[in-house]
Ligand binder design. Structure first.
Ligand code: TEU
Ligand code: CA
Length: 528
């Protein structure tokens, strides 16, 4: 088989740097901490680490408000620490993917200071300024993703600036060629330093309607949803010209060889597919959040996988993800038992999986006392805060779970003493062992990484089964989404051997004609 690019074969592990490992005793994770834990990532068996933003930032949105695209915030370390991280990662054959945040800067970025200084500033058009509506209010009905209007009046110059997120995160004007050139230079800065790719933040937001038309009301709005959902974001984001920008980004990266462009895109399936771009000139991997958004039922997930596979453009490479720093953790959403088969699903579907740190421990929703809330979204719209899924990684049963020598910036999970890497790493039935076995199997069997995919029909209603095949080998994955046992029919003409079960102790078992799965059990079978 032809050599496949690393990001198609490999798996990605997301680190939220504030919460991975603190090395200087300030309660916040840092770059040296990530470097220190690279051996763990290599042991676990992932191929790439994606690091959420570490640029200089006032941290209004914990680094997603960038004040300098070519630096490292002192909280996280120095450029030298970054270079050391890249070198140490590469020494272990791990790739490094940086989070790139091009849609908006921090209000503290020097570009914004210049832009806001006067209407005549040469930098004015780097951001999005509009005159007030006739009544003095915002120019249109666009809302902030974190609640309230997306426009803030700058009294000194009498105009509003646009911010899709916090008012501390003014949107750049990507219709301005000078903005594009400056941002492509920033990408080159990191590519020169050896980064293997970018996860591009809110890439579908880069271009907005040039007439700033009002978004239409969303008929599906319900009170429990964040306010942004009052309107359908058809004019404030996802404009067709964004694909030209992404193609330009890809062209910048292509000059450096096999680097990957992952785009963060929250859009329905058909629109998501557009981000592969005409003739695949777009994102290598438009993030597929469908597993996060689909009810956890065998039939719903089977249908989703079929639809996604069918919707992919010719040559478009799939990807899957169960969680990230913006979403409730998978174990919190579906429970720890089901989270085990979710892990099996994630790591056996066709396409690149992205893991979220801590999910391999089965970490749940960590309770955050009111005085410990950090996410500004929680302050704006209570109930929507993301702190419960951003808590420190749990390394051992010692003080602060081995994360830090002092009280961490967010509380540890109450079960940190038992739910940690040290406690789970040698336990046959643990979630961590399951993740590690799955990652090893994926490396061992081309069928699981680059192989074909086929849904197996006629299963019990609560069961989802599929086959992956490559190089003459057929693997069958059978996942029980129910809590009761099920007898699963298998083709009579083939003998099967269990490569891995989500319940410890079944590997090596042989099956013909049928196999019985316990409640919430998943198995990977090899045709022999
Ligand atoms: O997230 C973008 C984004 O759309 C989410 O905040 C989304 O609104 C929410 O999770 C609902 O599903 C990215 C980053 O991942 C996030 O951490 C940043 O806060 C945001 O962009 C602004 O940069
Ligand atoms: Ca630190």
């Amino acid at each position: 088989m032809a050599e496949t690019v690393w990001w198609k074969r490999g798996t990605v592990y997301q680190v939220y740097p504030r919460s991975f490992q603190d090395t200087n005793g300030d309660g916040v994770g840092d770059l040296a901490g990530i470097t220190q834990r690279l051996d763990y990532l290599a042991w676990l068996g992932v191929d790439a680490v994606w690091i959420s933003p570490v640029y200089p930032s006032p941290m209004a949105d914990y680094g997603y408000d960038v004040a300098d695209y070519c630096g490292i915030d002192p909280l996280f370390g120095t450029l030298a620490d970054f270079d050391a991280l890249v070198a140490e990662a590469h020494r272990r054959k791990l790739k490094v993917i940086l989070d790139f945040v091009p849609n908006h800067t921090s209000i503290a970025h020097p570009w914004f200071a210049e832009a806001r200084a006067s209407r005549e500033s040469p930098r004015r058009d780097w951001y999005i300024w509009r005159d007030p509506a006739p009544d003095g209010g915002p120019p249109n009905n666009w809302l902030s993703n974190f609640g309230g209007p997306a426009w803030t009046l700058d009294p000194a110059t009498g105009q509003y600036y646009y911010h899709a997120f916090l008012r501390e995160q003014p949107d750049l004007n990507w219709r301005n060629p000078a903005v594009r050139a400056a941002m492509y230079d920033a990408m080159r800065f990191w590519l020169e330093r050896g980064v293997d790719g970018f996860r591009v933040d809110v890439i579908w937001h880069l271009i907005k309607d040039d007439d700033f038309r009002n978004n239409p009301a969303n008929p599906d709005f319900a009170a429990h949803l964040p306010e942004i959902n009052r309107f359908t974001q058809v004019y404030s984001a996802d404009r067709p010209e964004v694909l030209d920008v992404i193609a330009e980004m890809r062209a910048v990266m292509r000059a450096y060889g096999e680097r990957v462009l992952i785009g963060e895109i929250y859009l329905p399936m058909e629109r998501l597919m557009a981000y592969y771009g005409p003739d695949l000139s777009g994102a290598d991997m438009p993030f597929n959040f469908q597993l996060i958004q689909t009810p956890w039922r065998a039939d719903a997930v089977a249908e989703l996988v079929e639809n996604y596979e069918a919707a992919l453009p010719e040559g478009g490479w799939p990807n899957w993800v169960l969680g990230n720093h913006d979403q409730p953790r998978i174990a919190a959403r579906i429970g720890e038992r089901q989270a085990r088969i979710a892990a099996m699903l994630l790591l056996t579907l066709r396409g690149t999986p992205t893991l979220y740190y801590g999910d391999e421990l089965g970490l749940g929703r960590v309770p955050i006392p009111p005085d410990r809330v950090r996410d500004p979204w929680e302050q704006n719209e209570p109930g929507h805060g993301r702190d419960p899924e951003r808590t420190p990684m749990q390394w051992d049963g010692g003080p602060q779970a081995g994360f830090s020598s002092v009280e961490p910036w967010l509380p540890l999970s109450p079960d940190a003493e038992t739910r940690n890497v040290e406690a789970l790493q040698d336990v046959p039935g643990s979630m961590l062992t399951l993740y590690r076995r799955l990652l090893a199997l994926r490396r061992e069997h081309a069928a699981l990484s680059t192989g074909s995919y086929r849904t197996v029909a006629t299963q019990p209603e609560e069961v989802f089964a599929y086959e992956r095949a490559a190089e003459g080998r057929v693997l069958r994955v059978v996942l029980n989404f129910g809590e009761g046992a099920h007898e699963i029919p298998l083709p009579e003409e083939t003998a099967w051997v269990v490569l891995l079960s989500s319940n410890a102790g079944r590997a090596g078992e042989r099956a013909t004609g049928r196999i019985v799965l316990a409640g919430a059990e998943g198995v990977i079978l090899l045709a022999v």
